[in-house]
Design a binder for this molecule. Structure first.
Ligand code: CMC
Length: 428
């Protein structure tokens, strides 16, 4: 008997099956042969919320949740955050290797020269209510972009795919900045292609009457590091959505609108917004013990804590804490930091959190930095979505090129009524 197998005995029939094990995993389809009789559909596995189901093989991002390790294409997140920049990391995530100088220059040039959006998109965004949530504007505009680039539906042409990827990485900061300016009642600022990716984004957010906007180098770098940290995170809710929608061969704009919608929720990328609202509600360090009591009584969640994969400190949260110190040198300390530190201190010592391996995640400190940089809270999920663009797109390409993938279509266990005859309304 091969060592790389799993032997299963079905006690209903007494039959034994040998299931191949590859990469410490069995294929769910191999369970289908396990039947009580010939009419039996065959065994399935049941895994609500995909807690223990691998839906793909991937070479993009590696996470060891127990050890708190995150790597893109093999490179530790700590090294990338220290030594690289967002556009270089985006290239790495998409193509699998760090670019040469020539490749980088060409990549940067292409991105920088696609930052403008069609004037009709600008008009479309102006039609939103004055107080529209920027993430709602972002998602709707992203979906609408599919109507501006209909060739994007030709997803089997690698050249056309690449063109849409350039457009999305380049234009979404512009869409995001317009949604911000809109929510403030400010005129939209057009891109400045002389600036860096994050420098241009800051310019579109902040520029007023100055002829040439000069981003603060510390804030420009801090935002770039935050973008690196958010670039990809393997099969999370938003990325899984991108793959599921993409598996029906829809265009990347529509698929990404779905991914961004999944990210918007407070259990996912909307958690950074929820953390800030929670910290403001707590209001003072002295109220922290009472709040923790409410969490332990199951009245509340401690937002920014816990993770499906990390059962250790999220390595991104560790880096963000360092970046926070640099940002506060420029902006002054965010008074909410003291509350966050006290929440973390108590939670890391408390049995309720220790036993459940609940540690701060990426969203716990990011909002505090964004707020210090004067971003309104509603912009936080948008700031998560911009850098996640490359992760979604790289995973989408990987899915399309994977010959084992087909349209995503889970099974169910039907527990409803058996067949019954229709009863006319008068007889019910
Ligand atoms: N506060 C209090 N209790 C928690 C929390 C929390 N933030 N997170 C998990 N728990 C408890 C949960 O009640 C459960 O307890 P028990 O086993 O006694 O019922 C246990 O810890 C395990 O939690 P779970 O809900 O089974 O874990 P999950 O993997 O389904 O959920 C999560 C992961 C991130 C949705 C969850 O931890 C959570 O809701 N956290 C708060 C929201 C948040 O910060 N989300 C950002 C995630 S990181 C960035 C991203 O993905 O976008």
């Amino acid at each position: 008997m091969s060592k790389d197998t799993l032997t299963i005995t079905d006690n209903r029939t007494g039959r034994t099956y040998e299931i191949p094990v590859e990469h410490d995993t069995i294929q769910a389809m191999h369970l289908r042969q396990i039947k009580v009789n010939e009419d039996d559909f065959g065994m399935m596995s049941y895994d609500p919320a995909f807690k223990n189901t691998a839906s793909t093989k991937s070479t993009i991002t590696y996470i060891d949740g127990d050890k708190g390790i995150l790597r893109y294409r093999g490179y530790p997140i700590e090294q990338l955050a220290e030594k690289s920049n967002y556009l270089e990391v985006a290239y790495l995530i998409l193509y699998g290797e760090l670019p040469t100088k020539e490749q980088y220059d060409e990549w940067e040039h292409v991105i920088v020269h696609h930052t403008f959006v069609h004037e009709n998109i600008t008009q479309l965004m102006k039609a939103f209510r004055h107080d529209a949530h920027p993430m709602g504007m972002f998602i709707a505009t992203l979906a609408a972009m599919s109507t501006y680039y209909p060739e994007g539906r030709n997803i089997s042409d690698p050249w056309i795919r690449t063109k849409q990827i350039h457009r999305l990485i380049a234009k979404l900061p512009t869409v995001a900045a317009f949604s911000y300016r809109h929510s403030r009642g400010l005129p939209y600022v057009y891109p400045d292609n002389d600036l860096s990716y994050t420098g241009n984004f800051l310019s579109m957010l902040d520029k007023m009457t100055e002829v040439k906007y000069k981003p603060d180098p510390v804030l420009e770098r801090a935002l770039d590091v935050l973008f690196i940290l958010h670039a990809d995170h393997e099969q999370n809710c938003g990325t899984a959505t991108m793959r599921v929608i993409g598996s029906s061969h829809t265009d990347p704009y529509t698929a990404m609108a779905g991914a961004a919608a999944a990210l918007y929720g407070p259990l996912h990328g909307g958690a950074n917004e929820a953390v800030l609202r929670m910290l403001m509600e707590i209001g003072d360090v002295k109220n922290v013990p009472e709040f923790i009591k409410g969490v332990k009584n199951r009245e509340r969640l401690l937002m920014g804590f816990g993770h499906r994969v990390y059962k250790n400190y999220d390595p991104r949260a560790r880096i963000i804490k360092q970046v926070a110190d640099e940002v506060f040198e420029v902006t002054g300390k965010n008074p909410l930091l003291a509350i966050a530190l006290e929440l973390e201190r108590i939670a890391l010592e408390d049995d309720f959190f220790v036993q459940r391996n609940l540690y701060p995640n990426v969203d716990f400190y990011s909002g505090i930095i964004y707020q210090a940089m004067r971003f309104p809270i509603a912009m936080f999920p948008v700031l998560f979505a911009i850098p996640r663009t490359i992760g979604w797109l790289a995973q989408w390409v990987e899915m399309l090129e994977d010959s084992e993938q087909k349209i995503a279509r889970p099974r169910q266990i039907y527990l409803g009524e058996g067949e019954r005859d229709f009863v006319p309304m008068a007889d019910r």
